[in-house]
Design a binder for this molecule. Sequence first.
Ligand SMILES: [Zn+2]
Ligand SMILES: [Zn+2]
Length: 130
Amino acid sequence: MSNRRKPTARNRYRAEFLRSPAWFARRNRWFAKHERLGIPLVCAACDRPALRSQLELHHVDYAGVSVAGDGSWRAFEPHADLVPLHPYCHELVHRLIDRDVVLSRNRTRRAATEFALQRVRAKLTHQVAP
Ligand SMILES: [Zn+2]
Ligand SMILES: [Zn+2]
């Protein structure tokens, strides 16, 4: 499956899904589970500790997102399919995923995310190293 997104699906996702009650609830469940598991909350790109209010969740895969028969969104992403990122770090990851020719054409979104995260992590952690 190509990682290249269809423009209409992408617009619809941005305009509707990210504002949907389903996504809002899924976000809350994600952070609640993370806390319950006792996993420290850090940005997946820069590795810095962060508060829940400072983080966005990136979709490693959209398989858990669907539209129900009545037109409402469903958000049943597995925990590991959502990755916490600062808005700034999230933007860097998306720049790579969406604009890098090789990444956008030849890999799945999961593989592209993994690769982009590695690149951004290397860049950001290098900057703060002594
Ligand atoms: Zn970060
Ligand atoms: Zn994202």
